[in-house]
Ligand binder design. Structure first.
Ligand SMILES: [Zn+2]
Length: 233
């Protein structure tokens, strides 16, 4: 299976679905990880351009751990808008990756890059199916199931699906630890130590479904997006 995970910033996928991506990869699925924003505002001391470079490298290092291809960005932080230009860029990412499933942010997450990523991915994933909508990449005709990943700290998110990541939590942690530039920033500005955050979330979601560590998702309950078989690992 081909799995396309599209997050806003480098580190979002690791925080919200890293264990699931590791589990997909382990069972032989191809995983493509995308950050639509450069991450250039995720700090205090380092200049934005330099920070974007650092964060791109960190994302690639994290992807390497599970053998995922890492793509992005298409915009700087807070410069992502649901415009036609941006939608075409996301269409081309989807057409390039040819996914069987797409994972992205919940439409209800905590900041605009996350909610706009969710909107762009939803819109682009339909647009990508249309043969007459010409872009740089050939059409990917299937309407692809979308799984929304948990919100930050799980706020306002009622899961429809869980993935047991007990055997993959260590790998998720290693992936997140690749984002070295973010520990101090997240612990300070977001008042959330990143490792504590993912452990608390994974344990809480695990408690809900009877395993030690889990990640939670919502299926996009829309025509064309549903399948009879379970797609998550
Ligand atoms: Zn983010």
């Amino acid at each position: 299976m081909r799995v396309l995970a599209i997050g806003a910033h480098p580190d979002d996928l690791e925080i919200l679905c890293g264990g699931t991506l590791a589990k997909f990869a382990k069972r032989g699925d191809e995983v493509v990880m995308v950050h639509l924003c450069s991450g250039n505002m995720g700090g205090r001391e380092i200049e934005p351009d330099k920070l974007a470079e650092i964060r791109d490298k960190e994302a690639k290092k994290a992807g390497d751990i599970i053998g995922a291809e890492v793509l992005g960005p298409i915009a700087d932080d807070l410069d992502l808008y649901p415009t036609k230009d941006m939608r075409i860029k996301v269409v081309d990412i989807i057409r390039y990756a040819k996914p069987d499933i797409i994972i992205t942010h919940s439409p209800n997450d905590y900041m605009p890059d996350h909610t706009i990523t969710s909107q762009l991915v939803f819109e682009a994933s339909f647009t990508a199916t249309l043969p007459l909508y010409k872009t740089g990449q050939p059409t990917h005709e299937p309407i692809v199931p979308i799984f929304y990943m948990d919100t930050l700290a799980g706020i306002g998110f009622e899961p429809t699906d869980y993935v047991d990541i007990t055997d993959f939590f260590q790998m998720k942690k290693e992936m997140l630890l690749c984002h070295e530039s973010q520990y101090k920033w997240l612990s300070g500005h977001h008042q959330a130590d990143p490792i504590n955050l993912i452990e608390t979330m994974a344990k809480f979601r695990g408690l809900q479904c009877g395993v030690l560590y889990a990640e939670a998702f919502q299926t996009a309950q829309l025509w064309g997006r549903l399948r009879a078989e379970r797609l998550l690992p």
